[in-house]
Design a protein around this ligand. Structure first.
Ligand SMILES: [Zn+2]
Length: 119
């Protein structure tokens, strides 16, 4: 089974790794301080990577405002859905906004609810 995580979390991890990559590139640049041109290229690449990550972070902010906030039926915590199908941030329960798929999810919930009320 593949490791699943919600889309926003995935992008956030990507942005964080970009910052680390940027710092690593800049760190390597220090080794070439005798060659000014090589060092400048490393520093520039590192800086670009860090700028890219801030752009990605800004993009997450934009996406978060577009994402639909719902209460997860599985763990009852508020989470955000991005696109038609996404995972719960807390318990990785698959969530959907698609009406065709929603029917199936709702059936499962009603089954669970009826089971708990019977008990
Ligand atoms: Zn959940």
């Amino acid at each position: 089974m593949a490791k699943y995580s919600s889309k926003i979390n995935k992008i956030r991890t990507f942005a964080l790794s970009l910052i680390f990559v940027g710092f690593i590139i800049m760190y390597f640049g220090i080794f070439f301080r005798t060659h000014f041109l090589v060092m400048s290229i490393f520093m520039l690449l590192g800086l670009l990577s860090i700028i890219a990550s801030t752009v990605v972070y800004f993009w997450i902010g934009m996406l978060s405002t577009k994402a639909v906030q719902v209460v997860c039926p599985n763990c009852n915590k508020p989470t955000k859905i991005l696109g038609r199908v996404d995972m719960c941030m807390h318990c990785r329960e698959p969530l959907t906004l698609d009406p065709n798929l929603e029917g199936k999810e709702f059936d499962e919930n009603y089954n669970r609810k009826s089971q708990t009320t019977k008990m």
